[in-house]
Design a protein around this ligand. Structure first.
Ligand code: TGC
Ligand code: FAD
Length: 390
């Protein structure tokens, strides 16, 4: 880990600004100092390492693009991407915590909340004093969130919320949850549910083989009285949660590059040191093919993410463009993780190296925030105009 070299085969650094490089360096240094030494142990024990929360806040990972007046870092979208890349080089589960906090909790409160909601929640979310979760998926509605059954009724001075969400990152320790539920007319709205509200519980999901250093759980609502001032008034309908996903999926497109870089760098160094049949295994054509394809795919993914970042900065990135990048880059990363693990032979299955952990983590990343198949269908719809979802 100490000698990690970030691949930059096409001199992409030359296009980045001084600020981008500084933000990335701060995140890289922090991951090296505070994440890499503890993350394997946390993953083996299936524990989210809460000790890293203040460090995540310190590198601007909670609300990188949220304006500074609300406690965010006020950075552009490429800086946001670079932070996600560096964090996921450490671990996808840690990046998950940052993605959820920034794009799925702070973003909807910033974009669709009242000024009072912004003032009350955003500064505390930015420092990590409050941790958030995002409840869209339900036991019977994953890829098809429009079918959700979690619902609320208007009881005059409050809303009464009932239902359950499943597979929710950060749920077991969250202070606030942005929850998507239907009103009496079946229209989807966002509600801010706070820990301590009667009838709200967050049981943890155990026995995961993936994203073990991230806490995943349920959000259960049994006659929860949610104050009316906790409804997000700015946007309703499925487009509201989906617009948050656009932001998180964009961050994942960058994050996956970080996991791939770490696997490639580890495999490259190992292959030059490991001697078999009297020479380094890096000298065998079969291993060079793996390594050469890895750097090619990482470079393509970097260019995709960078151009998408430019479009995001200009407010022009479409949902379909974001889907393409999320799908391509996560698939690229998981393929590289599998190939890199083989280069390490038996050592590749141990916790001495990060590759197997990345590989298992990426099985979640390729499923959440829209599965590999769903993103392909989003591209299919975009280019043909015909929906193949239903
Ligand atoms: P569809 O009819 O296509 O759309 C419904 C309405 O939404 C609008 N819309 C969007 N608006 C903003 N941003 C987007 N990205 C949007 N996509 C669609 C659309 O225009 C429409 O508006 P209107 O006014 O006409 O009503 O909806 P559909 O029911 O056919 O579903 C489409 C589909 C399948 C693509 C969508 O449901 C989908 O993306 N499914 C995947 C679900 C998903 O990604 N879940 C993620 C849960 S959160 C998570 O995984 C967090 S993990 C985080 C971590 O740990 O890092
Ligand atoms: P399903 O929707 O049941 O899909 C099963 C399979 O069917 C998939 O291969 C899928 O591609 C395929 N499929 C489904 N529909 C179609 C179709 N129309 N055409 C072709 N194939 C189809 N959700 C949240 O709301 N918040 C979170 O914080 C969160 N964190 C998560 C953390 C982890 C570790 C995991 C694993 C999931 C998390 N999720 C979260 C849920 C995640 O978004 C869902 O798992 C995902 O959207 C897929 O839903 P599903 O698991 O119900 O699979």
């Amino acid at each position: 880990q100490d000698t990690f070299q970030a691949p930059d085969y096409y001199n992409i650094d030359d296009i980045l600004t001084e600020e981008h490089r500084m933000v990335r360096q701060a995140a890289r240094d922090w991951v090296k100092r505070d994440v890499s030494p503890i993350i394997e142990d946390a993953a083996q024990k299936a524990e989210f390492p809460k000790s890293i929360i203040s460090g995540l806040a310190g590198i601007g990972a909670f609300g990188p693009y949220i304006p500074e007046e609300y406690g965010g870092a006020g950075l552009d979208q490429i800086s946001y991407g670079l932070i996600m890349q560096e964090i996921e080089r450490g671990d996808s589960g840690v990046r998950s915590t940052a993605s959820v906090q920034s794009s799925l909790v702070m973003f909807p409160i910033y974009a669709y909340g009242t000024e009072e909601q912004r003032q009350k929640f955003l500064p505390k979310l930015a420092t990590g004093e409050f941790m958030g979760s995002f409840g869209l998926t339900e036991p019977d509605h994953g890829s098809n969130p429009s079918g959700m059954t979690t619902h609320f009724e208007d009881k005059g001075n409050h809303y009464l919320l009932n239902g359950a969400k499943m597979w929710i990152s950060n749920s077991p320790f969250c202070d606030v949850a942005v929850v998507w539920a239907k009103n009496e007319e079946g229209r989807i709205h966002g509600l801010i549910v706070e820990r301590g509200m009667e009838g709200f519980s967050t049981p943890e999901t155990h026995n995961k083989w993936s994203l073990r250093a991230s806490a995943t759980g349920e959000l259960i609502f049994q006659d929860v009285k949610v104050p009316k001032e906790n409804l997000l008034p700015g946007k309703s309908g499925l487009g509201a949660p989906l617009s948050c996903l656009d932001s998180a999926r964009y961050g994942i497109a960058w994050g996956a590059i970080g996991a791939a870089m770490d696997c490639y760098d580890t495999a490259l160094r190992y292959s030059k040191e490991r001697i078999q049949f009297g020479k380094p295994i890096a000298g065998f054509q079969l291993q060079q093919k793996k390594l050469a394809e890895m750097i090619t795919e990482i470079t393509k993914a970097q260019l995709l993410a960078l151009r998408l970042g430019q479009l995001k900065n200009e407010g022009k990135a479409t949902t379909a463009q974001i889907s393409m990048a999320k799908r391509n880059n996560v698939d690229m990363a998981i393929t590289i993780a599998r190939e890199a693990r083989q280069i390490l032979g038996g050592m590749g299955i141990t916790g001495e190296y990060s590759i197997m952990r990345h590989m298992m983590n990426l099985e979640s990343v390729i499923t959440y925030e829209g599965t590999h198949d769903i993103h392909l269908l989003i591209t299919g719809l975009d280019i043909t105009g015909i929906s193949a979802f239903k």
